[in-house]
Design a protein around this ligand. Structure first.
Ligand code: NAP
Length: 285
């Protein structure tokens, strides 16, 4: 437990709803382990209160905060600067304060990469397939491009959203690497990919019996392919169970969650943080 006194500095997470967030447990466990005089709090902020909240945070000397649904885009106009990563993703999940103002970045990109970087592979010819084209998929695209993937396939159910998804990168090097597809094209894509990523919420608790694809489709994966599900509750999801039954390496969303948080805490504290303690705190959650 963090001991609070007159010198305690504030961190937190803004979102709506925020009651179920596991971030306070994860961050406060690391803060306690490090003996830092900080506390990380949940701040339920309605969309219409965002500006007031940010101004208030400056007034009460909040040092930094995580940003979750629905504020990841809306926060950007209130920031002095955002990193290139956040600009490419188009969303901010981590904010910190400097003498001149609020700065933002997106740590989901490196959080997603963490479990992949521990596997030494040449990713350039992997032709990843991403299911879903929401906010997390954007971070996944940016991450995979940074690994050297030059053919990234994004599968979505709504063409009206898929075209703008690709077009948002029209002025960047990423544009030529991203292809968008309907679900009817999935079968052809799966047989030629080394990495299938689920960025839809299909299979997330309480709908634990659901999977975005069935086993017959996973049978088409080339040998050595990986299946990565961003969902961290349950572990494993039905998708990952089906993959494991077929001897396919399965990666769940826990490491992404832990690592995006660890990178944020490193920014706020300016020192390395105990990732293992953060993981344990989440698992206890
Ligand atoms: P989001 O912005 O709402 O995007 C969800 C995407 O999934 C959208 O493209 C949506 O399509 C699609 N989708 C939803 N239900 C579908 C269905 N029944 N059939 C086909 N497509 C469906 O959400 P997000 O922020 O990207 O998050 C997605 C998932 O990633 C969540 O499960 C979240 O918990 C997980 N996540 C994990 C981490 C981590 O650290 N591990 C980080 C971020 C997100 P439409 O746009 O057409 O609705």
């Amino acid at each position: 437990m963090v001991a609070i006194n007159g010198k305690t500095k504030l961190l937190g997470v803004i979102g709506s709803p925020i009651e179920h967030s596991r971030s306070p447990a994860m961050h406060n466990a690391a803060i306690a382990e490090l003996g830092e005089n900080y506390v990380y709090l949940p701040f339920p902020i309605a969309p219409e209160s965002l500006q007031t909240a940010i101004e208030g945070f400056a007034a009460i000397d909040v040092r930094g905060f995580s940003v979750t649904i629905p504020h990841k885009l809306a926060i950007i106009p209130f920031l002095e600067a955002i990193t290139e990563k956040a600009r490419l993703v188009g969303a901010v999940n981590t904010v910190w304060r400097t003498e001149t103002g609020w700065q933002g970045t997106n740590t989901d990109v490196d959080g997603f990469l963490a479990p992949l970087q521990s596997l030494s592979r040449d990713w350039s010819g992997v032709n990843p397939v991403i299911l879903g084209n929401g906010g997390a998929a954007r971070a996944v695209v940016v991450a995979l491009a940074s690994l050297g993937c030059r053919e990234i396939h994004v599968v979505g159910r709504n063409q009206r959203k898929l075209d703008p998804f690709k077009e948002s990168w029209a002025d960047t090097d990423l544009y030529g690497s991203v292809e968008v597809h309907g679900w009817d094209e999935l079968e052809g894509l799966v047989s030629d990919t080394g990495l299938l990523v689920n960025s839809t919420p299909i299979g997330m608790s309480p709908h634990v019996g659901e999977s975005p694809v069935e086993g017959e489709l996973l049978d088409l994966l080339p040998s050595g392919a990986l299946v990565y599900d961003l969902i961290y509750n349950p572990r494993p999801t039905r998708l990952l169970q089906l993959a494991e039954e077929r001897g396919v390496t399965a990666i769940d969303g826990l490491e992404m969650l832990v690592n995006q948080g660890a990178i944020a805490l490193e920014i706020w504290l300016g020192r390395s943080v105990p990732v293992g303690v953060m993981r344990e705190a989440l698992l206890k959650g």
